[in-house]
Design a protein around this ligand. Structure first.
Ligand SMILES: [Fe+2]
Length: 194
């Protein structure tokens, strides 16, 4: 396998990730109670559509097709966001959960573009460095904006009273069971470290 092939695989992953976000961002915008956050998600949706188009240009430059790889990582991150959205309460604490989910998507993309850029630079693919850097910079700015918006939301959330915990859904119970499995599978290795 060549570095160029790895890069193309990674880029196809990013293309899938961006397309998945085009469908997920409106749900985040609709779900949040915070007007600033909702606007940020709407603005980033428009940016994301531009990123998809920019990536198509990158593939055209490389003489490759953009599809061929589904990004399971972004699917998982979006799934986590869905879990946060399902809680659906009208308070700032709920929005704090949405922020966590949104930042995960942004940082997933940041890592992806950084990896792609490092490979493109190593291969001296000058024509793709520009558009990939543009996409990376938009993700970095979006994450910064969400972080800035979080200051006010977290301040409000920290003043909210604690609430009685709702009974666990079947999905939450399954998640709890899996988390215990994660713990016990790792436990042997962690014990060895002591
Ligand atoms: Fe993006």
């Amino acid at each position: 396998m060549s570095l160029k092939e790895v890069l193309i695989d990674e880029l196809r992953d990013m293309y899938s990730a961006e397309n998945q976000l085009v469908k997920a961002l409106p749900k985040l915008a609709k779900g949040t109670n915070d007007a600033t956050l909702a606007q940020l998600f709407k603005d980033h949706l428009e940016e994301t559509k531009g990123q998809v188009i920019r990536l198509r240009g990158v593939f055209e430059t490389l003489g490759e097709k953009p599809t061929g790889q589904h990004c399971s990582g972004m699917e998982g991150v979006i799934e986590e966001g869905k879990d946060a959205l399902e809680k659906g309460t009208d308070n700032a604490s709920f929005d704090a959960g949405i922020i966590g989910a949104a930042l995960r998507t942004e940082h997933y993309e940041i890592a992806g573009y950084q990896a792609c850029l490092a490979m493109a630079k190593s291969l001296n693919l000058k024509d793709v460095i520009g558009p990939l850097t543009q996409n990376l910079n938009e993700e970095l700015t979006a994450a910064d904006k969400v972080t800035a918006a979080s200051i006010n939301i977290l301040k409000q959330a920290s003043a909210e009273p604690e609430q009685d915990t709702e009974p666990k859904t079947a999905k939450e119970k399954y998640s709890e069971k899996k988390s215990k499995e994660d713990e016990s599978k790792a436990a042997v290795d962690i014990k060895k470290r002591r």
